[in-house]
Design a protein around this ligand. Structure first.
Ligand SMILES: *[C@@H]1O[C@H](CO)[C@@H](O)[C@H](O)[C@H]1NC(C)=O
Ligand SMILES: *[C@@H]1O[C@H](CO)[C@@H](O)[C@H](O)[C@H]1NC(C)=O
Length: 419
């Protein structure tokens, strides 16, 4: 028994040891909680920021405590006279100086030399690394002065993956529709990427810029909110609200080819093929146990629900994902009073002559048929009932090709027939 406990303890110890923090991109682990890299060639503050971004999606060093400040000074070890740090001042007060990792102002900790910050000298901040005032901060001109600099990345876990950032591995893939993208991510032990902070957004934007749109792991659910597939809470977003609604999936603009600013997110059609980004925890082996959240962006199909009052939306099961073979659904639509029902198909794609949507002018399949439809990329169809009810049925057959049809979506509303 004791032997068993000892071996369990050893296994725990071993797996914990495997996940001790490491640095990616050739950065050096400092204080067991920061990854730093010194660039000795002097650059302007802006070029320095860009160099950090290009080197693993890093920022200039952000210093939040005297321990951090000392660690950076020891790390530089007098190799440069001064280094830019990731702080920008709007006024000559530490409260009005802001860290470039979006963590706020230098109100909590600052190490300015007396008389600084002084925006008349410049809005950027450097830390002296010479003996008499080592580690003390001063203001410098962002564009005119060139200095050495230290870039910083968060620690992560050991992993063989190429893009390893802050505990996660990221992979991008060539364009596919959302449902197939989900499958590929799963096969790679991951899930379509959530983006949970400005830093993660910055990292992804800097590292996956080859495509104009990169599908990410959120969808618009019909209760008017976005949700992440990996179950993360929707606390940060970077949606460009000027973007036209184009579907219930979300993509990040990563190139210059888009109308949306790079790094911003915008709605895209789930069925359209887009490059996509998968994410999995670094240092875990396949399969990563998927979080318990619904895996597909299922819009409530209303299949087989009891009578539905207008207005509303119905769709084939799993829409905008693919429906299964041999499905049968019925949808009983109704209105009150003097209203008829106007049914508008907004999307229609089934296997021709195999999978049918049939509409009846009444409550049952014995009511007069208004039409029966089948086919791929059908043009929108509008139908009106003569009474207060309309029955829609959907039946799919047995097709080898079942993976390429996503079915239908239709809205229905109250309608007054003016005679
Ligand atoms: C929308 O649905 C999601 C998932 O079911 C839920 O977590 C969220 O709280 C809902 N939002 C609103 C505004 O009801
Ligand atoms: C809907 O109801 C019919 C009849 O009861 C049943 O055969 C069918 O499987 C149901 N469809 C789904 C998707 O549950």
């Amino acid at each position: 028994m004791q032997l068993l406990f000892q071996s369990i303890f050893l296994i725990l110890l071993f797996s914990h040891a495997q996940l001790s923090p490491v640095c990616s991109n050739g950065y050096t682990l400092v204080n067991n909680n920061k990854c730093l890299r010194l660039f000795k060639t002097p650059e302007t503050h802006k070029t320095a920021e860009l160099t950090c971004l290009k080197n693993g999606g890093a920022t200039l060093a952000n210093i939040k405590s005297s321990i951090d400040n000392r660690a950076i000074t020891i790390f530089v070890g007098g190799a440069s006279n001064s280094i830019w740090i990731g702080l920008f001042c709007t006024k000559s007060s530490a409260k009005e100086c802001f860290w470039d990792d979006d963590s706020g102002s230098a109100d909590q900790f600052q190490n300015f030399k007396s008389g600084f910050p002084l925006v008349e000298k410049g809005r950027c901040v450097y830390s002296s690394q010479v003996a008499f005032d080592r580690g003390q901060w001063s203001s410098g001109d962002c564009e005119k002065e060139s200095r050495a600099f230290v870039c910083e990345l968060p620690v992560t876990n050991e992993d063989q993956c190429q893009k390893n950032y802050n505990g996660y591995c990221y992979f991008d893939f060539a364009p596919l529709p959302f449902v197939s993208a989900q499958k590929i991510c799963k096969e790679n032990c991951g899930i379509i990427a959530s983006i949970l902070s400005p830093m993660e957004n910055r990292y992804i934007n800097a590292n996956f810029y080859t495509y104009s749109a990169l599908l990410i792991g959120a969808t618009w659910s019909y209760n008017s909110s976005y949700t992440w597939f990996d179950g993360s809470s929707w606390s940060y977003h970077n949606i460009d609200h000027t973007a036209r609604r184009g579907g219930v999936c979300l993509a990040m603009s990563t190139g210059t080819g888009s109308m949306v600013p790079t790094g911003s997110w915008y709605p895209v059609d789930c069925k359209a093929s887009n490059s996509f980004l998968c994410k999995r925890p670094a240092g875990t082996s396949c399969p990563w146990v998927e979080p318990e959240t619904p895996p597909t962006p299922v819009i409530p199909s209303m299949c087989n629900s009891s009578m539905i009052m207008a207005p509303g939306t119905i769709s084939s099961p799993a829409y905008p994902g693919y429906y299964d073979n041999n499905m049968y659904c019925s949808y009983l639509l109704s209105t009150t009073g003097a209203y008829n029902i106007l049914l508008k198909f907004t999307d229609f794609s089934t296997n021709l002559n195999l999978d049918y949507v049939t509409v009846y002018d009444g409550e049952t399949t014995s009511s007069p048929m208004l039409g029966s439809f089948s086919g791929f990329n059908e043009t929108p169809i509008n139908l009106v009932s003569t009474g207060n009810t309309m029955l829609v049925t959907f039946r799919s057959g047995n097709s080898e090709d079942s993976n390429i049809r996503y079915g239908f979506s239709a809205t229905f509303s109250k309608f007054v027939q003016m005679l």
